[in-house]
Design a protein around this ligand. Sequence first.
Ligand SMILES: Cc1ncc(COP(=O)(O)O)c(C=O)c1O
Length: 396
Amino acid sequence: MRSNPLAYLGAELDALREQGLYRRLRILDGEQKSRASVDHRSVVNLSSNNYLGLTTHPLLRQRALEALNTLGVGTGSVRTIAGTMEIHMELERRLAQFKQTEAAVVFQSGFTANAGTVSSILGRDDAIVSDELNHASIIDGARLSRATIKVFPHRDVTAARQVLEALPREQRTLLITDGVFSMDGDLGPLPELCDLADEFGCIMMVDDAHASGVFGRNGRGTVDHFGMHGRVDVQVGTLSKAIGALGGYVAGSKSLIEFLCHRARPFLFSTSHPPSVAATCIAALDVLEGEPQLIERLWENARFFKAGLQALGFDTGISESPITPVIVGDGALAMTLSDRLFAEGVFAQGIGFPTVPKGRARVRTIVTATHTRDELQFALDCFRKTGTELGILGAG
Ligand SMILES: Cc1ncc(COP(=O)(O)O)c(C=O)c1O
């Protein structure tokens, strides 16, 4: 009998179970909505990135169906062979217009947009200066590029400057930050980093995955929010969160985009989006431009919920966005709080080490434009009950 060469994986999973870090997938029984059925239980959903509720928007559904009926379910090829349809080009033109850049290119996901871009525009002689909490796709792209990677402490512009001062002035250098950090909901210090990029001659890049559809005019992102147009060379956005569908994109100069179409490996070696996805994303841009009240509603809900959690006495960290962490410290306590909330009817994910530093475990909440006040008040009541029972909130 052949012994199982993958037996070590089982042992690693056992270790995760012993440490209380093994997570079973929660399963949605229906649509991704503010009140959803998860594991056969109706819950107020505070775990999705569906910021504007576009996953179920009637216009997006209708355009997806039209594209399915007229263009089929798939493209059958990568973009560079036979997988580019006119609808892909239309989406890219719309994105460039929306972001006020010369051009844009769409990738299969935000992950491949980051990883494919960083790994192709930098090489082994170059340097990457990156915030320590930047997304995993940036870290992977940086590793694939074989460039020298220098990490600076979270949002520490002075430390970033020291790193840049220590690098040879002639070395090509990428300075990169997330626009919104996904675990704390805080913003990258974009204006200060743009100043550094100008001073040191760096390529400036921002990953606006959680800012797309949320920050800036009509959801144009943090570059628009901070008035940094023309000062960020590479803007990444995602079509998978507020836009409600799937994909990522890079917006920038014409030569950047043409280069990515020739060198970014996910663009060259992985099949393009089904036309229904491109149609959905174009419809989402129509909604961002035509229904700005959705973004206003998102922010009203975010302010209401954040203030409610703070009034109860929870530590909500330094969030400036609709992502609000409830920081409890201990990893097991965060998972227990999440489980107890779920039992009460609120779905909010527990997050511990290594996703966040040891001692900073939390339950992460994300509100959307489509949550009703009743749903949010219900969630606050459940947070009060469970937080008190677990001794996270003081007596009374
Ligand atoms: C900051 C950040 N960048 C990139 C991504 C990847 O985006 P996508 O889910 O579209 O692959 C995510 C989310 O998963 C993210 O939070």
